[in-house]
Design a binder for this molecule. Structure first.
Ligand code: AP5
Length: 237
């Protein structure tokens, strides 16, 4: 349970829907923070990376379409991602809003999100950029371990080790290392994914909904900063 007091949050669009976008380099802590914000704000976390990894594990029509991209650490084509997120946002649990973790990743995705939200009389209420120095990212990603039952339970071999090695504190399930956290794939992810990320940052800066926080503090401090950013978003409107 997160003990941070939840301040007034960012303004809501017509219909009261809160759509919060998390932006950051691979390993910046988007997933960790999206999970904590989802709990603090009572909104579902929608992670495109998690949806794709579930497709790789479970098979089905999506598997063949995304495997070659996710395994190489390059972005899945926009039209496919946009379609998946559109369907997911239409589900009942996202009626009040959602925390989007890892989407949008390109300007085309950001524009498509604006259009789909406009059709639903909603909009992105805040875009939160978690900034971490590039030299920290490789260490964070290669040391990451994830719960095999719930990908929202994220650990790190040194900065956030589980109580029992290799076992999730919450579920008691085995932890695993993502295939794309191998050093060579991490390098490819950083090389190919950072340039489009900066375009997404520009997009939300132009829309005046962008808030940046430093991601190199403890996870608790980063959450507090993000909640304060959401509160100042509310005050500035
Ligand atoms: P995705 O799963 O979204 O991966 P990513 O963006 O590369 O981000 P990560 O999940 O690796 O990192 P994170 O920022 O969430 O960090 P975390 O919180 O885990 O995407 C995977 C793939 O799917 C992509 O490569 C692409 O192929 C495809 N894809 C996904 N979305 C797409 C889209 N929209 N368009 C096209 N393709 C898409 O933290 C990392 C580690 O650091 C953990 O061990 C954690 O414990 C530790 N840590 C976190 N915060 C702190 C802290 N404050 N202090 C110390 N340690 C910390």
């Amino acid at each position: 349970m997160i003990s941070v007091a939840v301040p007034d949050t960012e303004p809501r669009a017509a219909g009261g829907r809160r759509i919060i976008v998390m932006i950051g380099a691979p390993g910046a802590g988007k997933g960790t923070q999206a999970e904590r914000l989802a709990e603090a704000l009572g909104l579902p976390r929608i992670s495109t990376g998690e949806l794709f990894r579930a497709a790789l594990r479970d098979g089905g029509p999506l598997e063949g379409k995304v495997r070659r991209y996710v395994e190489r650490g390059v972005l899945v084509p926009d039209d496919l991602v946009i379609d998946i997120v559109g369907r997911r946002l239409a589900e009942a649990d996202a009626a009040e809003g959602a925390i989007l973790d890892g989407f949008p990743r390109t300007r085309a995705q950001a524009v498509a999100l604006d259009e789909m939200l406009e059709r639903a009389r909603a909009r992105v209420t805040a875009a939160l950029y978690v900034e971490v120095a590039p030299e920290l990212l490789l260490e964070r990603l290669t040391g990451r371990r994830i719960c095999s039952l719930d990908e929202g339970h994220v650990y790190h071999v040194t900065s956030r080790p589980p109580r029992l090695p290799g076992i999730c504190d919450i579920d008691g399930a085995e932890l695993y290392q993502r295939d794309d956290d191998a050093p060579a794939t991490v390098r490819s992810r950083l090389e190919t994914q950072l340039p489009p990320m900066y375009e997404v940052i520009d997009h939300y800066c132009e829309a005046d909904v962008l808030f940046g926080v430093r991601g190199d503090a403890s996870a608790e401090e980063v959450t507090a900063d993000l909640l304060h950013a959401l509160a100042s978003a509310a005050r500035s409107r």
